[in-house]
Design a binder for this molecule. Structure first.
Ligand code: FDA
Length: 568
């Protein structure tokens, strides 16, 4: 019984949480506790199996968050998956290791976060990484890289699965996409992402097991005497000191296996519960929109209406073809086309059509937030995003090419939707799920974008030589979507079939407070003395890469910031 005292409490042993906890615990004088709702999955087959993507879905280690019915996207609710385990979502994800377009990381600084840019983050991407140079067999199957972009001393093993898709597939893709004006990109992780690539994964190539954040940042260090992992324990809220005029966290209230108690932190509480949990924990702790907090009888500690706003996710659809061949091995091929490559000659017309709508979009977002976010701030972000897409020509979509067994399918998502949603608690009881509303396809340009990419994929599969290694399209199939189908027909299919791409970000954005930020450039929550957020919530914009590589870099940088703050 009794209570325990630590210096730092990290809430959530997830992707970013374990990384930041590991690095802080390098300071031997500081006691670090990591509190995790889930359990160890070290011996869970659904986690470790490299080709087992999807096995963990719907099991006890998947939070399977439910959204509100999606008004703009066919009306039904969606499941947003996230890992409930030591290792968080990195234990169930697709393991793709792709970073971001450099302009997107540079934008963090342009929007007011001093010290956050591609050049300053690259050393942290590398610091987290242990790149495994592919062997000659993997190279012959398409594994490729520039060594200058990779680190070889970090905890996260990055490389290619042991057994890759046969070597004749990549040349077929290369020739096909060349005809569609898309060239080959040797290394998608150098800040320049457009092209066809065979990206690495977070995988231990020799052992051939998933390399999640627990296998990287926790298990090899579990004996550190000042690093304590507390599992099967849900954090309910931050406990504040009762000193007047100061918002000082002294610990967290938790629900353990059989009781509710407090765990104390002498220095800081760090929230790493993920984009769909950290904002709710702030609200449960009295940090958020005063109207909401008062309606739930939660005492207002910090008036910060931006908490839980600015939710951004992507939408995923799939096409599938019969294989003219049978393929064994793991594919890691992605195509990342720019808007120009998708729209061709139409691109400038489309750019100006979208541009004409941005003011209205921003106004809508602000209105739906009841003024919690300001239209001017949204507009600035949307304009910047438009520039990235149509001027900088960053990747517009990711198209994953999946020749597996006797079919060749393709999953894709548009990378930078304009829609903005929100997540808010609905009760002061921490066990009640929050209301998640990503507002998928809130703006018609997002739906048109999703259609344009589907049509492009169908075109690619009809192009030689790719069309010689596949047979009939069975999803959606020509019966459902004839070759002369209208956009409206495609839209209907998308609304029926889409799912979340499971990349929620932005709900505790790192931005200046007046621009809608929840945390400053040191990841400290505005208005609180000693609370930070270190997880996907802090990314103010969506990225063109998958998220874990960037989250590891963010956590590495956060740890250095924290170490500096406490150095004396
Ligand atoms: P993360 O979810 O990792 O950690 C949060 C932790 O907090 C969890 O362990 C959770 O149980 C815990 N927690 C939550 N509430 C709590 C509470 N109240 N008390 C205590 N603990 C609590 N990315 C990528 O790079 N490559 C890929 O291929 C994919 N593919 C992919 C597939 C699928 C199915 C999903 C769901 C996601 C991906 N992603 C991905 C996305 C990526 O995995 C994801 O964005 C990050 O892992 C999120 O890391 P965080 O640290 O933000 O949260």
């Amino acid at each position: 019984g009794g209570s325990s005292q630590y210096d730092f409490i990290v809430v959530g042993a997830g992707t970013a949480g374990l990384a930041v906890a590991n690095r802080i615990s390098e300071m031997k004088d500081f006691k670090v506790a990591i509190i995790e709702a889930g359990d160890s999955v070290l011996n869970n087959f659904n986690v470790s199996t490299v080709s087992g993507y999807g096995l963990a879905f719907g099991t006890e280690i998947d939070w399977a968050y439910q959204t509100k019915n999606q008004t703009y996207a066919g009306g039904s609710a969606q499941i947003v998956r996230a890992g409930k385990a030591v290792g968080g979502t990195s234990t169930i994800n697709g393991m793709s290791y792709t970073r971001a377009q450099s302009e997107q990381i540079d934008a963090l600084e342009q929007f007011g976060n001093q010290g956050w840019n591609w050049e300053s983050l690259l050393p942290y991407y590398k610091k987290s990484e242990r790149f495994q140079v592919p062997n000659s067999d993997q190279v012959s199957r398409g594994a490729d890289y520039y060594i200058k972009y990779h680190g070889d001393e970090g905890p996260v093993k990055v490389g290619w699965p042991k057994r890759l898709t046969p070597s004749d597939v990549l040349p077929v893709l290369d020739k096909t996409f060349h005809k569609l004006n898309i060239s080959y990109n040797r290394d998608v992780n150098g800040g320049s992402m457009v092209g066809l690539t065979s990206h690495p994964n977070t995988v231990d190539s020799d052992a051939n097991v998933r390399q999640d954040s627990a296998r990287s940042y926790y298990w090899p260090y579990e004996d550190r005497p000042n690093l304590k992992l507390i599992t099967n324990t849900r954090v309910n809220r931050i406990i504040w000191s009762n000193k007047p005029n100061e918002t000082v966290a002294i610990g967290v209230e938790v629900t353990g296996i059989d009781r509710v108690y407090t765990i104390y932190a002498a220095k800081e509480v760090i929230l790493s519960a993920g984009s769909l949990r950290s904002p709710g924990l702030l609200e449960l702790s009295g940090v958020g929109n005063p109207d909401l907090l008062k309606s739930l009888n939660i005492p207002v500690m910090v008036n910060l209406s931006s908490v839980g706003e600015n939710l951004q996710d992507q939408t995923n659809n799939a096409l599938a073809y019969a294989g003219a061949d049978v393929w064994f091995g793991s594919p890691t091929f992605s195509v990342l086309p720019s808007a120009k490559q998708i729209f061709g000659k139409e691109v400038s017309t489309i750019a100006s059509m979208v541009s004409d709508r941005l003011e209205e979009y921003a106004k809508n977002v602000s209105e739906l937030s009841h003024g919690a976010v300001k239209a001017d701030n949204v507009l600035e972000a949307l304009k910047f995003q438009h520039e990235l897409i149509y001027k900088s020509q960053v990747p517009f979509a990711e198209i994953v090419m999946l020749p597996i067994s006797n079919s060749f399918s393709s999953e894709y998502w548009t990378l930078l939707p304009f829609s903005r949603g929100s997540i808010h608690i609905t009760s002061a009881d921490a066990s009640v799920p929050a209301e998640i509303d990503p507002r998928y396809f809130m703006f018609d340009s997002d739906l048109s974008a999703q259609v344009a990419v589907a049509k492009f994929i169908r075109k690619a599969f009809g192009t030689t030589p790719l069309n010689t290694i596949v047979g009939l399209e069975f999803a959606p199939g020509l019966k459902t979507i004839p070759s002369n189908a209208t956009d409206a027909t495609w839209q209907g299919w998308i609304e029926r079939q889409y799912r979340s791409n499971f990349h929620p970000v932005g709900t505790a954005s790192m931005l200046p407070r007046e621009k809608g930020g929840v945390v400053n450039s040191k990841l400290q929550v505005y208005g609180a003395r000693n609370v930070r957020v270190v997880d996907a919530s802090i990314l103010p914009f969506q990225l063109c890469g998958h998220l874990t590589s960037t989250l590891y870099a963010v956590a590495e940088k956060a740890a250095d910031i924290i170490k500096k703050d406490y150095a004396n």
